[in-house]
Design a protein around this ligand. Structure first.
Ligand code: KIV
Ligand code: ZN
Length: 561
């Protein structure tokens, strides 16, 4: 890079439209959408789509709800021509869908374009020519009059050609290319001249598409350009103002949204922002942004994963894992504090299902785009207790007491560090099971267990404990089964262990009608947990004590002697 970029790059001089009103406007309804995936997306792919992929893309776009679909540049290649013929000949275009084709302003191209469309019910014919100063000078060496004449000629040829096919409903579209980098007055002059040819009416409008072919400034400048154009075009009620933004500065979504606020009626773009160079505007994001504001976008991305898979298949380009609304990671929290907040937000929504969606870190309900909640909270070596707790509870019905959440999240982190990968919900459960339910079995209670309560409320317990030193008979008393067992092992092995907390709950998932018990034990000034599950609550609590003791033996806190 050079030290002083101002010697090489000129700042874009913005129109600074003082009558602008768009900053006070809001987007309140969906625009008309036009997908150009089958043109831009296709032409800008390393591996262009073959007819089979084009059909899949077309069907996908129809399924997502697009009513206007650009199907190609039929005069540019036989593949595009044949694809369009296939759509028409095989009746693949639904009644309420209008196809659009692109052409340049040349007689032979226009004739070939119309030939490809024979028999179509409704078509938008889109003609464009470059009008910007750079193109006029560098590419065409033409003056303004010549450029305007080219646009008018194209319109005349298209209109004349369309008259040969009266059974098709024709709509005409014109784009002054690189509108974003052209004198506004000249774009307007050429567009007016094109409209003079087409003679649009409120019932038969012309589409004026105003492309930011290359994004040259901040989105507010594009919005000013659009509002200026909307205010100055005559026959405003007979034209549809269409936006076509590219993403050279990474602002295509913002430019489109501000362009809609500035008065545009229609948006051209691609799924996930495919298209030349940095791509066209990403229609998925613009539509989902509307949805997140409570506006029906008139497109349906309820099966987002399918849309991602299909687009990846057709384009052979992966969707970025952080792509808004669609990326693998966008509804995912690894960070403990985020997980905790999400967990609380989700349970708040569960408790108050009629309130508006307000869940920390989740702008929309992942469920609405076909994502499951399991994928939201994920655990890696940097995660905190929130995620671990959430996954065990949601997926496995294990409701850890608070201090056990802290203890087990450290165990989980150790595994995540060791394995160097994210821990799935099932792996997490396996680790919990191994650590607590199946804690290395130094001690094991043998059945039968003889428990009796006397008239003063004391519990007398007799059982056999299997130990590595051989079977031991335990005969003890306590104020309940747990304390009897603890007293018994203290006597048998000369320990001084105590139970400081006990929790239990019925297990709602994973297996039916089981109790899950958790004991927190004090052993040699340290506390540690045991956990167990059993169909019988009392057995479950005793097993939890044994689980804690086994963990303590394994960690060398107590020894068998
Ligand atoms: O970006 C552009 O200017 C285009 C035109 C063909 C409308 O794609
Ligand atoms: Zn474009």
């Amino acid at each position: 890079m050079i030290a002083n970029p101002s010697t090489k790059y000129q700042r874009f001089v913005a129109p600074n439209y003082q009558n602008r009103t768009w900053p006070n406007k809001e987007i309140t309804e969906a625009p008309r959408w036009l997908s150009s995936d089958l043109r831009d997306g296709n032409q800008s792919l390393i591996e262009p789509m073959d007819v089979e992929k084009k059909i899949r893309m077309f069907d996908l776009l129809v399924e997502c709800g697009f009513k206007e679909i650009e199907v190609g540049f039929p005069s540019a290649s036989d593949t595009e021509f044949n694809f369009i013929r296939k759509l028409i000949d095989e009746n693949r275009i639904p009644e309420d869908v209008t196809i659009q084709v692109l052409t340049q302003s040349r007689q032979e191209l226009i004739e070939r374009t119309f030939e490809s469309l024979k028999g179509a019910k409704q078509v938008i014919v889109h003609c464009y020519n470059a009008v910007s100063p750079t193109f006029r000078r560098v590419v065409f060496n033409m003056d303004k009059e010549q450029i305007k004449a080219l646009a008018v000629k194209g319109a005349e040829l298209i209109k004349a050609e369309s008259l040969k096919y009266p059974d098709t409903k024709w709509t005409f579209e014109y784009s002054p290319e690189i509108f974003s980098d052209t004198e506004l007055e000249f774009s307007l002059e050429v567009s007016e001249a094109v409209c003079d040819v087409y003679q649009p009416t409120p019932d038969n409008k012309v589409i004026l598409n105003l492309p930011a072919t290359v994004e040259v400034s901040t989105p507010n400048v594009y919005a000013d350009q659009i509002e200026w154009f909307c205010d100055h075009i005559t026959r405003r009620d007979s034209v549809v103002i269409s936006l076509h933004t590219h993403n050279d500065r990474g602002c295509a979504v913002a430019a489109t949204e501000l362009g809609l606020m500035a008065g545009a009626d229609r948006v051209e773009g691609c799924l996930f922002g495919h298209g030349e160079r940095t791509g066209n505007v990403d229609i998925v994001t613009v539509a989902m942004n509307m949805y997140s504001q409570g506006i029906d976008p008139k497109l349906n991305f309820g099966k987002m994963n399918t849309v991602v898979r299909e687009v990846e298949y057709c384009t052979d380009i992966p969707v970025h894992p952080r792509h808004p609304y669609a990326g693998e990671l966008v509804f995912t929290a690894f960070s403990g504090s985020h997980q905790d907040a999400i967990r609380k937000g989700l349970s708040d929504i569960k408790d108050n299902p009629d309130q508006f969606w307000k869940v920390p870190y989740l702008p929309i309900d992942p469920f609405d785009v076909g994502r499951s909640y399991e994928a939201v909270i994920r655990v890696n070596s940097q995660s905190g207790k929130g995620g671990v707790t959430y996954l065990l509870e949601e997926d496995h019905g294990i409701e850890l007491p608070r201090r056990l959440q802290i203890e087990f999240s450290k165990v989980a982190q150790m595994f995540a560090d060791g394995e160097g990968v994210e821990l799935t919900s099932d792996r997490l459960y396996q680790i919990f099971e191994a650590e607590y339910f199946n804690a290395k079995p130094a001690l094991e209670i043998q059945t039968p267990i003889d428990i009796e309560e006397d008239t003063e409320g004391n519990t007398h317990m007799k059982l056999t404990l299997k130990t590595p030193l051989g079977d031991k008979s335990l005969d003890a008393t306590g104020n309940g089964p747990i304390s009897a067992l603890v007293n018994g092992v203290n006597t048998l092995f000369g320990w001084d262990v105590d139970v400081v907390d006990y929790n239990e709950h019925a297990r709602s998932k994973g297996s039916s009608a089981h109790a899950v018990s958790y004991v927190e034990m004090q052993i040699d000034n340290k506390t540690l947990f045991g956990a167990a599950t059993h169909a019988n609550t009392s057995r479950s609590s005793l097993k939890a004590v044994i689980s804690a003791l086994n963990r303590a033996i394994d960690k060398g806190l107590i020894a068998l002697k």
